[in-house]
Design a binder for this molecule. Structure first.
Ligand code: NAD
Length: 361
């Protein structure tokens, strides 16, 4: 039995509906394994603007900092779209990531056998895919020197890509540690044939790898990786890469396996602390209708258990229950085909919890 503190940030739109299902899954884990989750809810995004006038109150940051992990729904909606930048819901999201020092973004792509036909790729290419893209989030070209200038009457723009060895070291350690929880393989992606920052990246990753002799390391150039992700995605376990390459490759990997309503994510900082959230947004078009797919959030809870709380067996149970419910043919609207029995948000959450209980027996 273990005690954990978790802050939940439901946010806007479908956020509260899907986070409620995530919390029910946590309660089921409490019951099944006799852990204790002390769950505290806090404000972020549009709802926070409405109630406090700002998108990220200090109390929210303090609650997250005092927690072992954070579960976030989504923020944003048309109501706040005309607000100035610092008073937009998204400012809350960027603010919390920064305040919590989250430098590693994790995006898994997992093929569910019962949904392989939903992919644009052939079923035999998708079947069995289970990979994790680890993207460096706080360095690289997004944070380098930016300049607009004119030289001899010709407009120019400059963005510099900067990394130091400490930034590379910590993300490499994250990737190797995660690989140990998976299939012990890391693919480091760079452009070391052309870019100096990539050559430093490769040197540092090789150095860090010596501390993980049980984990296999390979280096793949980013262009080759983009091709291989489409051709033989099963080849990959953990892919680690810098910010810009990771931005592109994680979206490419996400699209291998289908609906946005299924995609989980995590952002990790120092130690085991992490913020977990579905990849999708607040879906204002379906908010309040009880039809949102809660699976991305429930799979984000599974990631939280595995990567922040050290509860791998419990996380595996959630993933297995999701898989099994899908195999039985249950679908929410976003992943349904003609003839499928369509379930709502609460029903889908309940089916997954019942399956967890049945599988645990
Ligand atoms: P979105 O992801 O919210 O929705 C895109 C489409 O996917 C919509 O048709 C929606 O109904 C559907 N969808 C999304 N999640 C679903 C789910 N769980 N189940 C079923 N269908 C689902 O993206 P958008 O429409 O571009 O943005 C809507 C709002 O969300 C905007 O205000 C945007 O700024 C915000 N947003 C927030 C985040 C975040 O909080 N991390 C991320 C992206 C967008």
């Amino acid at each position: 039995m273990a005690n954990f503190r978790i802050t939940i940030l439901p946010g806007d739109g479908i956020g509260p509906e899907i986070v409620a299902e995530g919390v029910k899954v946590l309660k089921a884990i409490e019951e099944l394994y006799h852990h204790h989750f002390e769950i505290k809810e806090a404000l972020i995004g549009g709802i926070s603007l409405d109630q406090t006038g700002i998108p990220l109150p200090d109390e929210t940051v303090a609650s997250c900092q005092a927690s072992d992990a954070v579960l976030l729904g989504a923020v944003g909606g048309p109501k706040w779209d005309q607000n100035p930048g610092h008073l937009r819901p998204e400012a809350g999201l960027l603010g919390i990531r920064k305040k919590l020092g989250l430098y590693a973004n994790l995006r898994p792509a997992t093929a569910f056998e019962s949904l392989v036909d939903a992919s644009t790729l052939k079923p035999e290419v998708i079947s069995g895919v289970d990979l994790l893209v680890v993207r460096e989030l706080t360095g690289g070209i997004y944070f380098g020197h930016k300049e607009r200038r004119e030289v001899n009457g010709v407009a120019e723009a400059v963005d510099t890509l900067h990394y130091n060895e400490k930034e590379i070291e910590r993300i490499a350690h994250t990737a190797f540690r995660l690989a140990r929880l998976r299939r012990n393989k890391v693919t480091s992606v760079d452009k070391a044939n052309v870019m100096e920052s990539s050559r430093l990246w490769r040197e540092v990753v090789i150095r860090v790898a010596k501390e993980y002799p049980d984990v296999e390391l390979e280096h793949v150039l980013v262009d080759a990786c983009a091709m291989q992700l489409i051709r033989t995605p099963k080849h990959f376990d953990v892919i680690v890469t810098e910010n810009l390459f990771g931005d592109i490759l994680s979206d490419e990997a996400a699209m291998l396996t289908g609906s946005i309503g299924m995609l989980a994510s995590a952002s990790l900082g120092e130690g085991t602390f992490g913020l977990y959230e579905p990849v999708h947004g607040s879906a204002p078009d379906i908010a309040g209708q009880g039809i949102a797919n809660p699976i991305a959030t429930i799979l984000s809870v599974a990631m939280m258990l595995k990567y922040s709380l050290g509860l791998k067996v419990e996380a595996d149970l959630i993933e297995l229950a999701v898989k099994s419910v899908l195999e039985k043919g249950y679908r929410t609207g976003d992943i349904a085909s003609t003839g499928d029995e369509v379930k709502g948000t609460v029903e889908m959450g309940q089916l997954i919890i019942e399956e967890m209980k049945a599988l645990k027996k």
